[in-house]
Design a protein around this ligand. Structure first.
Ligand code: B12
Ligand code: SF4
Length: 528
């Protein structure tokens, strides 16, 4: 008898293929595959972000399977995942559909009530999903399974949460299931990857490609920032792989795939600083050359000694994503952040001094945030960017997330809750690129956010990667820094003109290149 099989579906993150990051390996479902394979299941992963005919593949794969697992976070993944679930329901009405991931974990009842899920796994998934699959394949019920939501007699029942499973007790993610060559290519046009490219530029990166690998070395976070759903989903717990295990896994993975950059997608990489520094040392001892990027808190960084920062940099840490969040002390305290605005600036200075590009992330427009507080954030961003043009800064408009401390305040302040999962899918989709979905900002401040983020900071970081305007680009960058320093943000005409010129130039270059490579008939012109 063939091994029982399980199908895992990673829905599209963005409506159009190529609109957003596609190279991110689907770690969410890859993590689930390890324990299943160990227990003798055959696992098939369908990733709609990279497989063009993913729906056909899914229909085919589900024919023989024990169940279908679907992952999602807020955004278009909800919509694509629901469409896939409906297709599967029509074709295989008896096949159980299990959802998991950050968004289903905070709104399990919607997935069950809208009929797209038979069961939702809440929080960490590896062991819970294995247990669910075992029950399904043996035909047993879900009695006693912890950490799930199910519908019984028309009512949603949430079972007691499961204890955290230590990552060290789990098998390695089976990276060999994925074809690295399909994933590695990073695109400087995509918002998050753009920052990595900007940081790479500071390392004098001159190549046209960057072989990127996403990796998770810890799960969870002990903090409880009020705009973030981590506190609710992870219950402020944290588990990590030890330095040896990380290096034992990353060594072969990075060398066999010729990886340039490892992006640790841990929520909070520096919870245990000793672990990180041991990791740096182990990497250097082995002579592993990849650069790496992770996330950090401003207070953690600003308390690091010069020797510690030097060791980070020497181990290949070339950029850190830092949750600076606000330039106002009052707002930082209100969202339950433990650092001060001064630490934001100190952290930026230290990182730049040690050749680690800070990617500073700010949020504006949380409920009750005053216009003055928003102004303080703008001032801090302008100050940092003009002092350290190589530091990247992103200013996000606050988006209320269910399951967070600020969610109910946002509803009270006028956030209109989408009444359906599709509505949530649409709102998340908009949030990534477009402006505010919850407009707590006056129109003038909303314009400032958009100009700083989309015009000036963007241009100073990495002027339209492929534009190659040469000398003009350097002058414009200086100009942008001056504009940012003095807050002269209106009418960025020179940038509009530069963008148009870049487009024209690129089109001309393409045409010339096409002319040059036009095929010459091998045997002369065809005879008439
Ligand atoms: C990489 C990343 C991204 C990537 C893509 C992620 C993706 N899923 O496609 C990019 C950069 C595109 C991104 C974008 C956004 N992201 Co993001 N992102 C992350 C990040 C840093 C890592 C995700 C990851 O790979 N984790 C590693 C895996 C192994 O862990 P995991 O996801 O927790 O999976 C475990 C469980 O959740 C569960 N599980 C997961 N899937 C499934 C499926 C089944 C069937 C089962 C049983 C279990 C299960 O089991 C897994 C193993 O334990 C997380 C933070 C974090 N550290 O997790 C935020 C996070 C997921 N992002 C978040 C947010 C808010 C966003 C944005 C909405 C931000 C914004 N304002 O625009 C956008 C959405 C854009 C869009 N249109 O989709 C939130 C989630 C919000 C939510 N409630 O859904 C997170 C948690 C950050 C945070 N703390 O706020 N993100
Ligand atoms: S924002 Fe970052 S530090 Fe704060 S709770 Fe979320 S993951 Fe933890």
């Amino acid at each position: 008898m063939p091994d029982p099989s399980v199908v895992l579906y990673m829905p599209r993150r963005f409506r159009a293929v190529g609109e957003g990051t596609t190279q991110k390996m689907p770690l969410e479902v890859l993590a689930l595959a390890g324990p299943l394979i160990e227990r003798g299941y055959k696992v098939e992963i369908i990733d709609a972000n990279v497989q063009q005919n993913s729906r056909d593949l899914l229909l085919k794969a589900c024919r023989e399977s024990v169940c279908l697992g679907i992952s999602c976070i807020l955004g278009y993944q909800i919509i694509d995942g629901m469409e896939a679930a409906s297709e599967i329901r029509n074709r295989y009405p008896d096949l159980p559909i299990v959802w998991g991931g950050w968004f289903p974990s905070v709104m399990p009842d919607s997935f069950l009530n809208e009929g797209v899920a038979d069961l939702v796994v809440m929080g960490q998934g590896e062991i819970t999903f294995l247990e669910v699959v075992e029950r399904l394949s043996s035909g047993e019920g879900m009695e006693g399974v912890q950490g799930v939501a199910i519908k019984e007699n028309g009512q949603v029942r949430i079972t007691p949460p499961r204890d955290l499973c230590q990552l060290e007790d789990l098998p390695a993610m089976p990276f060999s299931m994925l074809d690295y060559e399909t994933y590695y290519q990073s695109d400087p046009g995509v918002p998050f990857e753009r920052y990595l490219w900007a940081a790479a530029k500071n390392q004098r990166w001159s190549r046209q490609d960057m072989r990127l690998l996403w990796y998770m070395s810890s799960w969870g976070c002990p903090n409880d920032c009020k705009f973030c759903c981590s506190g609710g989903v992870t219950r402020r717990r944290w588990t990590a792989l030890g330095p040896k295990r990380v290096i034992d896994e990353l060594g072969p993975l990075t060398t066999s795939n010729r990886v340039d950059v490892v992006s640790f997608c841990d929520a909070n990489f520096f919870v245990n600083r000793k672990r990180v520094f041991e990791l740096c040392k182990a990497k250097q001892d082995l002579g592993l050359e990849f650069l790496w990027h992770a996330s950090a808190d401003p207070d953690t960084v600003s308390r690091m000694s010069g020797a510690e920062l030097t060791s980070l940099s020497a181990s290949g840490c070339f950029s850190l994503f830092v949750g600076t969040e606000s330039g106002s002390e009052e707002t930082l305290a209100r969202v339950n952040k433990k650092h001060s605005p001064e630490e934001n600036e100190h952290c930026a200075e230290l990182l730049v001094r040690h050749n680690i590009t800070p990617i500073l992330s700010y949020i504006v427009g949380t409920p009750e945030e005053s216009p003055d507080s928003i102004e303080m954030t703008f001032e801090q961003c302008r100050r940092i960017k003009s002092r350290y043009p190589n530091a990247s800064i992103t200013i996000l408009n606050y988006l209320p997330l269910p399951g967070t401390g600020l969610y109910h305040d946002s509803v009270k302040a006028g956030f209109v809750e989408p009444g359906s999962l599709t509505g949530w899918g649409e709102i998340g989709e908009a949030s990534y690129y477009a402006g505010p979905t919850f407009n707590n900002l006056g129109s003038s401040q909303a314009r400032t956010v958009s100009r700083l983020r989309n015009v000036y900071f963007c241009f100073i970081d990495l002027p339209w990667q492929k534009a190659r305007l040469g000398f003009a680009e350097r002058i414009l960058r200086r100009f942008a820094v001056v504009r940012v320093r003095y807050g002269i943000l209106r009418l960025p005409v020179e940038f509009w003109a530069a963008k148009a010129a870049a487009r024209l130039l690129n089109t001309a270059r393409k045409l010339i290149r096409r002319r040059r490579v036009e095929p010459v008939e091998p045997n002369g012109p065809p005879s008439s």
